[in-house]
Write a protein that binds this ligand. Structure first.
Ligand code: ADP
Ligand code: MG
Length: 387
């Protein structure tokens, strides 16, 4: 298997698509890994991926296949990334967040809620100290904006020996399972400890998700202020997990990044003009930078991988460059009317599948004494490797 697990998800036909084309779809299912793609302007083509989720796939199916291995690796100190790619309306955010981050039935909850839940289960059953830190940022017009604190609208990306690549100064909410660490928690998190000093599953999940909901709401605030559609920005959920064993004074640190990418549709189709066109170009620039990075990684030009060409590729460098597990969910509309965009998404997925680097099998373990204090990375020994 390649370094990046690549899956495809066809969402159900929308009412509008059904009205226009009846029950017609742009693919014929072969099995759970392949299908024939039908596009009137080109010959039928067979696509194969690690897994294909058809219209009736459940959110739990996507989570189990894509995310479970990544979450368990993160707990053991291996970083993981899950990226949703596809045109606007293809189902990226639905797969990530479900119809709503806090208020949807359990069956429909997305990858984000399920990761939070799974982390809690691991945290609960662990004898040693755990810390989970959450942050949420958006990349819009090549600026990294903190969705948990809108005053931080141009965060810098840095690199350190212990952290790898990280976003400096982003707001982090901490959930810690040791009582002596409680004094370091923010007031909002402390409220959840007011009754007793032990974590409850739903309190933990609520503490995390209500913060993330605030981030999602902040995204919407930006939309009205800057006429920004969320489909034009990349949204990143970052979970940092630290697992400390007091007996040998060592701690394992793993990171999970969930990325809801901007829509991959071409500018011409949106009829963009003026500033909106600038926006679209910048977004396409970072998406095409992602394509260029993938091309370089798959064509043996590993020495010249242009990770630094965009904020997005810089942040994803560890994930795609082989120090991490990565999964790509290519989201597609099943409608023949969206066949050109779906075809381009499927080609992107096919190229990504060819990335061959393998993740480090030995978990990164840092000495507890030298353990970095998360959130104050600036003092870390910064390397500025030429990439
Ligand atoms: P994107 O984030 O790619 O722009 P969305 O996730 O917002 O697209 O999905 C567009 C619409 O399709 C939304 O109304 C969403 O609820 C619906 N949708 C997407 N995927 C599914 C799915 N697997 N099952 C049911 N509805 C879906
Ligand atoms: Mg979306």
């Amino acid at each position: 298997m390649s370094n990046v697990t690549v899956c495809v998800r066809f969402r159900p036909l929308s009412h509008k698509e059904r009205k226009a084309n009846g029950d017609n779809v742009c693919f014929r299912k072969l099995d759970s890994e392949s299908f024939v793609f039908k596009y009137e302007r080109e010959e039928d083509v067979i696509f194969s991926f690690d897994k294909v989720f058809y219209e009736d796939a459940q959110q739990s199916d996507v989570y189990d296949f894509l995310a479970v291995p990544i979450v368990s690796d993160a707990i053991n100190g291996i970083n993981g990334t899950i990226i949703t790619y596809g045109q606007t309306g293809a189902g990226k955010t639905y797969s990530m967040e479900g119809p709503s981050i806090l208020h949807c039935n359990e069956q429909k909850t997305g990858l984000v809620q399920r990761v939070v839940d799974e982390l809690f289960v691991c945290l609960r059953s662990s004898a040693s100290t755990w810390t989970v830190k959450l942050s949420m940022v958006e990349i819009y017009l090549e600026k990294v904006r903190d969705l948990l604190d809108l005053s931080k609208d141009n965060l810098q990306i840095k690199e350190s020996k212990t952290q790898g690549i990280y976003i400096s100064g982003s707001t982090e909410i901490s959930i810690v399972n040791s009582s002596d660490a409680l004094e370091n928690l923010s007031v909002s998190v402390l409220e959840f400890y007011s009754e007793c000093l032990s974590l409850c599953r739903y309190e933990f999940i609520f503490a995390c998700l209500s913060k993330l909901q605030q981030g999602i709401a902040n995204r919407a605030v930006g939309e009205t202020q800057m006429n920004l559609a969320s489909s034009r920005s990349h949204c990143l959920y970052i979970f940092s997990v630290q697992h400390g064993s007091t007996s040998d004074e060592r701690v394992k640190a793993g990171k999970i990044i969930l990325v809801d990418l901007a829509g991959s549709e071409k500018v011409e189709k949106t009829g963009a003009e003026g500033r909106v066109l600038d926006e679209a170009k910048t977004i396409n620039k970072s998406l095409s930078a992602l394509g260029n990075v993938i091309n370089a990684l798959t064509t043996g030009k590993q020495n010249h991988v242009p990770f630094r060409d965009s904020k997005l590729t810089r942040i994803l460098q560890d994930a795609l460059g082989g120090n991490s597990r990565a999964a790509l969910l290519c989201c597609c509309s099943p409608s023949p009317s969206n066949a050109p965009e779906s075809l381009s998404t499927l080609r992107f997925g096919t190229r990504t599948k060819l990335i061959k680097a393998s993740p480090k099998s030995i978990p990164e373990v840092v000495d507890n004494a030298k353990k970095p204090i998360l959130g104050t990375h600036d003092q870390d020994d910064l390397r500025d490797r030429i990439l």
